[in-house]
Design a protein around this ligand. Structure first.
Ligand SMILES: [Zn+2]
Length: 83
């Protein structure tokens, strides 16, 4: 497992959403803070990535690498906004 910041998700999220989402702001459902996706703590494995809140460790974003497809979920993001 590799631990990086949210900027590491730029390629995967760009492939699914069609935009660079790392500058988006996420509101955490665990601690209600808002922060840039780019500064989340991302845990990467061969199966995909999990982005966690730096404040409370809630899982904000998951990216599953299913070969030709990537599946993105926002289980712990109460809201998403652009800057
Ligand atoms: Zn949080």
């Amino acid at each position: 497992m590799t631990i990086v910041d949210g900027n590491a998700l730029a390629g995967d999220l760009g492939g699914v959403l069609g935009v660079d989402a790392t500058s988006a702001r996420l509101r955490c459902s665990g601690c209600d803070t808002t922060g840039l996706l780019a500064v989340t703590r991302v845990y990467r494995t061969a199966m995909g990535s999990v982005a966690r809140c730096r404040g409370c460790d809630t899982v904000l974003v998951t990216v599953v690498d299913a070969g030709a497809q990537h599946w993105v979920a926002l289980p712990g993001a109460r809201a998403v906004a652009n800057d």
